[in-house]
Ligand binder design. Structure first.
Ligand code: AMP
Ligand code: MG
Length: 408
């Protein structure tokens, strides 16, 4: 059976990046940049004032004491100076306005003697003047042609803002993958149906749809396929037209676990079946490849927590690879356990836990979890930590690898 690391490596080997498209900037939040971008112009694009005050010539203030200067004009943000400064000239200037030529200092309004009723002169003391003060020179923040943002960056609001500053109204990003979600099982009832003997509600579909949305992909729920070859075949055919198809249930050893054989009948090549982990051991992964289209297929175990954990570890990795994300693998962070815990069995366990920051750093509190069917307790968790089989119990304070479920 594959280790988790080998299964992740195999997924990265098979999934390829989707095509890049130009996306309007306003719709590019949480998309992944498809190309390295450079600055198309200097920032700032002109020498600008960082204060409301007076632009002056610092050379006028070599002598100790105050100087009274002639005020030439007022320059507001969005306008341009109409005249240069010569000796003993000043121009009133606002934050963001271009510096007039000849000036090399802006003195804040609070540091001058100025009477609005006598707008033609201003008196300034030498000790509030020094060359370059309150001026942001053209290109100081970035010169034209410098690296701006690299391919593989997940676009957050700060990136959107920077792209806007440089006039990039259309951004090259990888399109979001479409992820079809197909629950399988004769026992499944819709969320709004009352329970009847032997039946349970289909919680995996809404769970996987919302996990897909959280992973910045487009979810396409396909409803429920019953445990018959005909119904599975019909639903699988629809699902394979998408970039990814997630099935839940039907991948274990039951008499009606028909998913692997129906996927094979539909032309999907198995890549692996079974991963050495808990929960999630029955995970199935394969690929449909035709000259026109690829679809990567995950047969997720039906038990809800197994499906949830396999999505967070494997499906998210596949989606990140598709979108060209620079770090597609899960990024665990070390966390300290807040209580002792013993791992039963011989498989590594991804244990639902509550991750929280304390003065001592990240801490992980395992929830009272009863195994792969215990969905209820995951409502108390916001992540999972990896517990390796070992003879001794984990003690409070032991460091474990933790994965936050909300991390992109
Ligand atoms: P299976 O892998 O199909 O044998 O399912 C394993 C367990 O998961 C069974 O107890 C199923 O009833 C349960 N299960 C399967 N699919 C779902 C689903 N969509 N929602 C909730 N539980 C499910
Ligand atoms: Mg089933």
């Amino acid at each position: 059976m594959l280790t988790v690391e080998d299964a992740l490596a195999s997924i990265l080997n098979h999934v390829v990046s989707g095509p890049a498209t130009l996306t309007p900037l306003a719709q590019s939040l949480h998309r992944v940049l498809a190309e390295d971008l450079t600055t198309p112009h200097d920032s700032p694009p002109f020498d600008k004032s960082m204060m409301d005050g007076f632009a002056v010539v610092s050379g006028d203030f070599t002598a100790v004491g105050a100087q009274t200067l002639q005020v030439l004009e007022t320059i507001t943000a969005g306008t341009v100076p109409t005249t240069s400064l010569r000796t003993r000239d000043a121009s009133r200037i606002m934050t963001g306005a271009p510096i007039p030529s000849g000036a090399d200092c802006v003195v804040p309004i609070e540091q001058v003697s100025f009477d609005e009723s006598v707008p033609k002169c201003v008196t300034i003391d030498h000790d509030v003047v020094s060359a370059e003060q309150n001026i942001l020179r053209r290109g100081v923040i970035a010169e034209m042609g410098q690296p701006l943002t690299n391919a593989g960056t997940l676009l957050e609001p700060q990136h959107i803002a920077v792209l806007a500053e440089f006039g990039l109204a259309q951004v090259p990003t990888v399109r979001r993958p479409t992820v079809a979600v197909l629950a399988t099982g004769d026992e499944l009832l819709a969320v709004d149906q009352p329970l009847t003997p032997g039946r349970i509600r289909n919680s995996n579909e809404p769970m996987l749809v919302s996990q897909t949305q959280r992973a910045n992909a487009t979810a396409v729920p396909l409803g429920v396929a019953r445990d018959s070859r005909e119904d599975l075949h019909r639903h699988i055919s629809r699902g394979l037209t998408h970039d990814f198809l997630l099935l839940s249930g039907g991948v274990s050893a039951g008499t009606l676990d028909l998913v692997p054989s129906e996927l094979a009948a539909a032309g999907v090549q198995q890549v692996f079946h079974g991963v050495d982990m808990k929960p999630g051991k029955p995970l199935w992964f394969g690929q449909l490849q035709t000259p026109e289209h690829s679809c990567w297929v995950f047969g997720l175990p039906g038990n809800p927590v197994s499906s949830m954990v396999c999505f967070e570890l494997f499906v998210r990795t596949a989606v990140r690879k598709f979108t060209g994300c620079s770090m597609p693998l899960p990024q665990p962070t070390p966390a300290a356990l807040t209580k002792s815990i013993t791992v039963k069995g011989s498989r590594p366990v991804y244990f639902p836990c509550n991750l929280h920051l304390s003065d001592e750093g990240l801490q992980a509190t395992p929830v009272a979890w009863g195994g792969s069917a215990d969905l209820r307790s995951t409502a108390d968790a916001n992540g999972m930590c990896l517990l390796m089989p070992q003879s001794d119990a984990y003690e409070a304070g032991d460091k474990v690898a933790a994965i936050h479920w909300s991390t992109m």
